[in-house]
Design a protein around this ligand. Structure first.
Ligand code: HSE
Length: 330
């Protein structure tokens, strides 16, 4: 984390040994990355689902994983290989505290891995938020962000921030630039709801990224940046009609939709109910219906789940407003 070393060294001076806690329990939210038209640059957090980290201070220095629940045995318990512990360790090293502080981590996952809901981001953010709380909050959220992005790089091979930014900051975030990170919190129109359905098939982000074309047609790029700009204006004005017209993806969805069973039928259902927008959540396979008010989102997820059940596809559904605050101490 060389780029941030100066900031971190200053933060080290803010650790008050008397303020270090014995235990913290943190929840961090799932996120809908891309927000349909903003591949790698837009995302929002939801209230539910999310992941939890319980972090204990122990005498023996170092970072260890005590247990992981809800991952179907898929995540490594080795603290150097697990993204959450690796990021916590990275932070302690940068603070110069790895030889004096010992922590053990319990990770409780409430959402599937490879679901398109920012599963790894929620865990990483929960872990980094927890160590910062345990140490008496030496770092600001902005200072924690580079560690979260590093976690994303470890988890899927690419350091995009469109999941970790909303998971840490809450609300809707725009990643104006990645190098250096330039994150802008956008206004959240009050009546915006997300209805999410996760069809239980595994689509690892790493694979879903490989599918995407490196080059795009200029006419498609023009359509897409018109939509992104329209969405920005719509959010600032709370103009739901403009939000609806703008949340369309001509660049990524046509390629990724093939990985998602029943995608176009799910879209047809969403259009029949009449929501603002429908598309892929993150890299999929979860899909998201954006509605004005809770009812539309509820109807869409209900009907989509019914359809998937008829097709013998197991699924999970969630309805949530936009989460405004990001992680919280439980
Ligand atoms: N922007 C990322 C993608 C989000 O679409 O690949 C998934 O982590």
């Amino acid at each position: 984390m060389m780029n941030y070393s100066n900031t971190i060294l200053e933060s080290n001076l803010r650790v008050n040994p008397a303020g270090i806690k014995d235990k913290v329990h943190v929840f961090a939210p799932a996120t809908v990355a891309n927000m349909i038209c903003g591949f790698d640059i837009l995302g929002f957090a939801v209230d539910y689902p999310g992941d939890e980290v319980i972090m204990y201070r122990v005498e023996n220095p170092g970072v260890r994983i005590r247990s992981i629940v809800g991952d179907e045995g898929r995540l490594p318990l080795d603290a150097d290989k697990n993204t959450v512990s690796a990021c916590v360790k990275m932070l302690l090293i940068d603070l110069g505290m790895e030889k004096e502080i010992g922590v053990e981590i319990e990770l409780i996952k409430h959402m599937p891995i490879g679901s398109g809901l920012g599963s790894s981001s929620a865990s990483t953010v929960a872990g980094l938020f927890a160590i910062n709380e345990l140490l008496g909050r030496p770092l600001t959220k902005a200072e924690l962000m580079p560690y979260c992005v590093e976690g994303e790089r470890l988890a899927c091979g690419h350091g995009h921030a469109d999941n970790v930014a909303p998971a840490l900051m809450g609300g809707i975030t725009l990643i104006r630039g990645h190098e250096p990170l330039d994150i802008i919190k956008l206004p959240v129109p009050e009546e915006l709801y997300a209805g999410i359905v996760f069809p239980k098939v595994d689509v690892p982000t790493r694979d879903a990224r490989k599918l995407i074309k490196e080059k795009v047609l200029l006419k498609d790029a023009v359509t897409q940046w018109g939509n992104i700009a329209g969405l920005m204006a719509g959010l600032y004005e709370a103009d739901y009609s403009l939000i609806s017209r703008s949340m369309k993806d001509v660049l990524i969805e046509p390629t990724r939709a093939i990985l998602i069973p029943e995608f176009y039928e799910m879209r047809r259902i969403a259009e029949e109910v009449g929501v603002l927008s429908f598309g892929i959540s993150g890299s999929g396979p979860s899909v998201v219906a954006i509605s004005r008010g809770k009812e539309g989102a509820e109807q869409v997820v209900e009907r989509i789940q019914e359809h998937l059940t008829n097709c013998d596809i197991e699924s999970f559904k969630y309805v949530s407003a936009v989460n405004l605050n990001g992680p919280r101490v439980v």
